[in-house]
Write a protein of this length. Structure first.
Ligand code: GTP
Length: 597
């Protein structure tokens, strides 16, 4: 296909504004897929994505379209992940295309992720076509939303296309706008091969599949290619495009988007954003701006049943094959035994991995409190990264501690603004900005990431009845009065409950934690002190009183089978507990104790 007849684009939208439905409709209306093969949400392939209605891995599809001018075009759609955790993947895949459809739900208006994603598109110099979706709904207010797009984002929305991805209204206009308003790609077919590694994933039959955008040159089956980041060389055994099913072709030229396979075993060997060239006569300059995605949130994953440790290792290794942004190393905890310390791009990423281990591998997990990476500056002038509060060095050796901060953007209807401000304030936030977009307030806060990772989304959703939208970016590290708080049950520290807290909040946090634990830990035959401490100093304390009687006592020693049954029940219950010293702590306690109200 000549460059002038290629259009490459992505769709940017807030979650639920209809990105996947629109993509499906574009595919269907161009007969890219026979109707009978059309599944709802073609592009969301993983089950969990489908269930949760979120798009995690970027997917792509090549659409053939005969425009009103009679010419045949190739349209390549790259589907980008919609969630904030995957911002890096979004920004990379945007660099692989020239334009974007900006989809805004005409009953809702601009949301936090609309903004975050459209800014990625603007940074990538995209031509942007605004699309107002869901016009079939009575609550649609296209004029207001178009005005809002102009006010808040600052792009011309006078020509916004009015669409119902559900009924198909406006789909033809959207296809025409793609051809007429989005620029054709540029590239030189005679120059050395230069291709962007847009995405990669693991397929159990084909091994690693690499999604590429050709910038210059030609990529053919049988070529020997080099990844410029690590110099590794591979033999290309397959080239193809997605229609959206994988279809093999012989070569890809400038401006084209497709996939290659080259007997690559792990996704880890392919880095999103890397430049691919030929082994011989390659290009000498890589594409700019490569940086691997870094995990920012860490937590421990432990099997409830210690016997499942090897199964857990196996499942984590398999998942890691397909997810280069997820890190893990073995960890031992006095409370929880053997497990793994894992790093994630964000909370959603954590949840997805945890769910997959539990569901696909059927392993019950204990997840410890998510933690961010602290910079611990020692008195001797060295600095170390702290991924696990349990590893915090002795306070007397520490000079100061830095924590990561984020810039959070929250859009919320006016009625809930007070609650949102209070929530941010409670989480040690510093207000940076407060503006209005229609009846909605846009607040920008500088917040410690630590205060956001555990349950901030949940709290935000609940205080705003689901009406707030949220997005963030990293700001950098800043010093604060942070200390490690330990929890002692029956005078023994429970490492899995250690957390980093701000000194001013330690007492309140400690008190809340011991009160909760008092309710969560069952009574034993003896009195159990539950304490929160910083260094050697106890800051909160509760005492769980002793159980008055043995459960079996009421059987008067007479009925042996009844006694046995009760003991069996106790045993079964115990399996779900973690024995700690002499104390059994139920699994829920670890997570519940860390939730703040
Ligand atoms: P993520 O994949 O989570 O980012 O969501 P999305 O933006 O892809 O949204 P999706 O396409 O899953 O649509 C969200 C919901 O809106 C679904 O229930 C769709 O059926 C519905 N929807 C999408 N487009 C329309 C439309 O034009 N009209 C109506 N009434 N509903 C729509």
């Amino acid at each position: 296909t000549p460059l002038s007849h290629i259009r490459n684009f992505s769709i940017v939208a807030h979650i639920d504004h209809g990105k996947s439905t629109l993509a499906d409709r574009l595919i269907q209306s161009t007969n890219t897929v026979a109707d009978r093969d059309m599944k709802e949400q073609m592009l969301d392939s993983m089950d969990i994505e489908r269930e949760r209605g979120i798009t995690i891995k970027a997917q792509t599809v090549r659409i053939n379209y005969t425009a009103d001018n009679g010419e045949d075009y190739v349209l390549n759609l790259i589907d980008t992940p919609g969630h904030v955790d995957f911002a890096y993947e979004v920004s990379r895949s945007m660099r692989a295309v020239e334009g974007s459809l900006l989809v805004v739900d005409s009953t809702q208006g601009v949301e936090a992720q609309t903004l975050a994603n459209v800014y990625h598109a603007i940074e990538a110099d995209h031509e942007i076509v605004p699309v107002l979706n869901k016009i079939d709904l009575p609550a649609a207010d296209c004029d207001r939303v178009a005005e809002q797009i102009e006010d808040v984002i600052g792009i011309d929305a006078s020509g916004a296309i009015r669409v119902s991805a559900k009924t198909g209204v406006g789909i033809h206009e959207t296809l025409e706008a793609i051809v007429q308003h989005l620029p054709a790609p540029k590239g030189d077919i005679d120059a050395p091969l230069k291709a962007m590694l847009v995405d990669s994933w693991y397929d159990s039959y084909l091994g690693v599949i690499v999604l590429v955008r050709i910038m210059n040159g030609k990529l053919k089956k049988g070529d020997r290619i080099r990844m410029m980041q690590n110099g590794s060389v591979h033999h290309v055994d397959r080239i193809g495009v997605f229609r959206p099913a994988m279809t093999e072709i012989d070569e890809l030229g400038p401006g084209e988007i497709g996939f290659l396979t080259a007997s690559i075993k792990q996704v880890r060997d392919t880095r999103v954003g890397d430049t691919i060239t030929h082994e011989k006569k390659g290009c000498d300059k890589a594409l700019p701006g490569f940086k691997p995605a870094q995990p920012v949130v860490f937590c421990g994953l432990f099997p409830v049943d210690a016997a499942e440790f090897e199964d857990l290792r196996d499942s984590i290794e398999k998942l890691a094959l397909n997810d280069a942004s997820f890190s893990f190393e073995m960890e031992t905890s006095a409370a929880l035994g053997f497990g793994f310390r894992c790093g994630f791009l964000g909370l959603l990423h954590l949840e997805v991995i945890r769910d997959r281990i539990e569901r696909e591998y059927d392993i019950d997990l204990i997840t410890t409190a998510p933690s961010v990476i602290y910079h611990i500056h020692m008195r001797d002038g060295t600095m170390q990264d702290l991924h696990n509060p349990a590893d915090m060095p002795d306070l007397t050796l520490v000079d100061h501690v830095e924590e990561p901060r984020i810039k959070a953007t929250i859009l919320v209807p006016d009625d809930f603004l007070g609650d949102v401000l209070k929530l941010c304030q409670d989480r040690r936030g510093i207000q940076l900005d407060l503006t209005y977009a229609g009846a909605r307030a846009m607040v920008v806060y500088d917040l410690p990431l630590n205060e956001v990772v555990f349950d901030f989304y949940d709290r935000l959703k609940s205080v705003t009845k689901g009406y707030a939208s949220f997005d963030y970016q990293m700001l950098g590290y800043r010093t604060d009065a942070l200390v490690k708080m330990q929890v002692l049950v029956n005078d023994e520290p429970v490492d899995a409950l250690s957390t980093m807290v701000h000194r001013d909040r330690a007492e309140a946090r400690g008190r809340a934690m011991v009160e909760k634990l008092k309710d969560l830990i069952p009574r034993h035959m003896f009195k159990i002190p539950i304490q929160a401490a910083i260094g050697g100093k106890v800051i909160a304390r509760e005492t769980l009183s002793a159980m008055r009687k043995d459960v079996t006592a009421k059987c008067y020693g007479g009925d042996a089978t009844r006694k046995r049954k009760l003991l069996d029940k106790q045993k079964a219950g115990k399996k779900k507990m973690r024995q700690f010293g002499k104390v059994d702590i139920p699994q829920e306690a670890f997570i519940s104790a860390l939730k703040m109200d």
